[in-house]
Design a protein around this ligand. Structure first.
Ligand SMILES: [Zn+2]
Length: 414
C-alpha cells in the first residue's frame, strides 16, 4: 500500500511534464502513406529522445522497410524495464501513427496539430488515439524507475507504426520478429470507455473494401452519350448497404455496439466541374461484423451483389479487398491479464471493471491470433478520428497509475 501511494504521488507530480510531452508528440503528426503522409519517422525520433531520459534497461528498434515514405522505414520501438522475473512479461502496446485531420474547418475548438490545452483537455489529432496511452505508459515506467521499484515481471513498452492501416509494418512486423512470447501479458490501451470500467476481450471481424465503377465521361447535358459512373456507384453502395443490414442484422449485447456495422466511408473525388458526367466512381466500405457471422460468407455476398450489378449495367465494376480479418479467439475473462488489470483499476479508480466486446481493429487482434491473451483498456471519451479530438489530462494521469500499478501486482495464489 505504501508503494502504491508512492507511485500515485510520483505520477501526480509528472502531470505537467506528461501534458508537455503529449503536446510535443501531437506537433509531429505521423500519417501513413495511404493518406499521403510521410509516416512515423519524425515522431519516432522525438520519442527516442524522450525515452532516453527515462532510464529503460534496453531500447530496441525493429523498423520495417517501406519505400512509400521519405525515410524508407516505418519505425517500431521496444523499451524494456527489468522486473523480478523476465518470464511472462507485461507489454503495453501503443501506436505512433495518427489519422489525417479530416476537413479542417470542422475543427472548431483547436487546430489539428497545434496541441491546444483547455481546462482538462489537450486537443489535437492523435491526442486520444493513441497519444494519451503512449505518454501514460512512458511515465508509468518513469515513476517506477525514479522510485526504484522493481516490477514483479519485466514490463515492456512497444510503440508501433501503421496501426491505422492494417499494421503490416507495425505490430505484425514486430510479431514476425519473434519479440513476443507465449505467456506474455499484453495490454493495448487503444480503446475503452469514459469511466475506465470496460475491458475489451473480444472484437468484431473486420472487412474493408473498395468498389470502382467505370462508365463513360460526357457533357452534363448529354447523358446518353456517356454512362454516369457516379449514379451506378451510388446505386451499388446503397444496394450493398441495404442487403448487408437486412441479412446480417442480429444483435449481440456483449458488444457496446450490439449490431454489425456496414458503413460506406471514403469517397474518391471524381470530376472537377458540375457539368461533367463522371466516367469513374470510387467508394469504400468499412464493415465490423459480429463473431457469430462468417466473414467469408459476408464477403461472398458482397462480391456477388457487385457482380450482379455489373451484369445488368454497361459499367465495369471492380471490387478490391483492403482488409479481411475474422474475429480472433477471445480472451478468457478469468485470465491473468484480465484479473490483474481489474485489480489495478479497482485500486486506482475504485471501479469494478466489466469485460465485453467492441468494434475492433486494434493491435490486440494480432496477439489473440497467435494465442497471446491481449486486452484493450483505457479511459477515453471516444473522440478518436473526430474533429476536435482531445485527451483528458485526468485520464492521462490516472491511466498512468493503472499501468504502473499493474506491473507491481501478482495474482494471488489460490
Ligand atoms: Zn488507435
Amino acid at each position: 500500500m505504501e508503494t502504491q501511494q508512492a507511485i500515485f504521488n510520483q505520477i501526480d507530480m509528472f502531470k505537467q511534464e506528461m501534458v508537455d510531452v503529449l503536446k510535443q508528440l501531437i506537433h509531429v503528426s505521423a500519417i501513413g502513406p495511404e493518406s499521403s503522409g510521410e509516416g512515423e519517422t519524425q515522431k519516432a525520433d522525438v520519442l527516442m529522445k524522450i525515452l532516453s531520459h527515462v532510464g529503460f534497461d534496453g531500447i530496441e528498434r525493429y523498423d520495417a522497410v517501406d519505400s512509400r515514405v521519405p525515410s524508407g522505414k516505418r519505425p517500431n520501438i521496444v523499451a524494456y524495464y527489468q522486473g523480478e522475473t523476465d518470464a511472462n512479461r507485461l507489454w503495453i502496446v501503443s501506436h505512433l501513427d495518427v489519422v489525417p485531420s479530416g476537413e479542417e474547418t470542422l475543427w472548431k475548438i483547436a487546430r489539428p496539430f497545434e496541441a491546444t490545452v483547455k481546462d482538462d483537455c489537450v486537443f489535437g489529432r492523435g491526442s486520444e488515439d493513441n497519444g494519451q496511452s503512449l505518454v501514460a505508459s512512458v511515465f508509468a515506467i518513469k515513476a517506477l524507475k525514479d522510485l526504484n521499484i522493481k516490477p514483479k515481471r519485466t514490463i515492456a513498452l512497444a510503440f508501433v507504426s501503421d496501426e491505422e492501416q492494417g499494421s503490416a509494418m507495425g505490430i505484425q512486423h514486430l510479431i514476425g520478429k519473434g519479440v513476443f512470447r507465449k505467456g506474455d501479458l499484453v495490454l493495448v490501451p487503444d480503446g475503452g470507455s469514459p469511466t475506465g470500467d470496460f475491458i475489451e476481450i473480444i472484437e468484431k471481424s473486420i472487412l474493408w473494401f473498395k468498389v470502382t465503377t467505370v462508365g463513360k465521361q460526357t457533357h452534363g447535358s448529354l447523358p446518353n452519350k456517356g454512362l454516369n459512373a457516379h449514379r451506378i456507384g451510388m446505386q451499388v453502395a446503397l444496394a450493398l448497404d441495404e442487403m448487408l443490414h437486412a441479412k446480417y442484422g442480429k444483435k449481440d449485447y456483449y458488444f457496446t455496439e450490439p449490431l454489425s456495422t456496414f458503413e460506406p466511408t471514403k469517397k474518391e473525388k471524381n470530376v472537377d466541374a458540375v457539368n461533367i458526367i463522371p466516367g469513374e466512381d470510387v467508394f469504400y466500405f468499412d464493415c465490423r461484423i459480429l463473431p457469430n457471422y462468417d466473414v467469408e460468407k459476408v464477403w461472398g455476398d458482397i462480391k456477388s451483389l457487385v457482380a450482379d450489378f455489373e451484369a445488368k449495367t454497361e459499367a465495369k465494376i471492380t471490387i478490391e479487398l483492403l482488409q479481411k480479418q475474422a474475429t480472433p479467439p477471445f480472451v478468457d475473462g478469468n485470465s491473468e491479464v484480465v484479473s490483474l488489470l481489474k485489480l489495478a483499476i479497482k485500486r486506482v479508480r475504485g471501479l469494478e471493471a466489466k469485460v465485453g466486446g467492441i468494434g475492433g481493429g486494434t493491435c490486440a487482434a494480432f496477439f489473440r491470433k497467435i494465442g497471446i491473451p491481449a486486452v484493450v483498456w483505457s479511459t477515453i471519451d471516444e473522440v478518436a478520428h473526430q474533429p476536435d479530438e482531445y485527451a483528458r489530462i485526468s485520464n492521462l494521469v490516472e491511466d498512468a497509475k493503472v499501468f504502473a500499478l499493474l506491473s507491481t501486482l501478482q495474482r494471488e495464489s489460490r
